[in-house]
Design a binder for this molecule. Structure first.
Ligand SMILES: Cc1cc2nc3c(=O)[nH]c(=O)nc-3n(C[C@H](O)[C@H](O)[C@H](O)COP(=O)(O)O)c2cc1C
Length: 149
């Protein structure tokens, strides 16, 4: 799978107690244009599994090339991921990371079985991509990359 080059996202949500969750995910994909559906796959063993399973909304923060550190940060399992991280929140209460290439605000629509992952499908309700000129963070063969100049 490492031979398939991808972008990198941080998927974020909030649980009913107001606790925030964020997970680095490169399984993000566009699914449907009408309605606008997207998906990502989440490991059954992720600490954020229950939060994403039960959440009504989530955000997909698509990372820019300069955000490799954020990617590594949210790829570490843990409960104190938001300490020292600069973020805002969307209407749904889910975290928004600044300076991303784009942020998709999604209402969760379906969850499907996917072996040792679940497939989380969301309908995009709103998006922002006000960071014109930014270049994407890429992941290929276990390493971060950027687009060639
Ligand atoms: C580039 C990259 C892509 C990743 N993609 C996914 C993914 O698509 N789904 C997933 O469940 N974990 C993925 N991971 C691993 C999670 O980010 C990692 O397990 C994270 O610690 C889970 O957080 P949690 O246990 O706090 O919920 C990825 C890690 C990296 C570095």
């Amino acid at each position: 799978m490492g031979r398939f080059a991808t972008g990198v996202t941080v998927c974020t949500t909030v649980d009913q107690k107001g606790e925030l969750f964020g997970v680095t995910a490169n399984s993000f994909s566009s699914l449907s244009l009408d309605p606008p559906l997207v998906l990502f796959c989440l490991d059954l063993k992720a600490l954020s599994f229950n939060a994403f399973s039960e959440a009504s909304h989530f955000n997909i923060n698509i990372l820019a090339q300069e955000q490799e550190e954020l990617s590594s940060h949210f790829a570490k399992s843990g409960t104190d991921k938001w300490v020292g991280v600069n973020f805002g929140t969307s209407e749904s209460g889910c975290p928004v990371l600044p300076n991303c290439i784009a942020v998709l605000e999604c209402r969760k629509r379906d969850i499907h079985d996917g072996g040792d992952h679940i497939i989380i499908v969301g309908e995009v309700e709103k998006f922002s991509n006000d960071t014109e000129g930014k270049r994407p963070l890429l992941f290929f063969q276990g390493r971060y990359n950027g687009l060639p100049a």
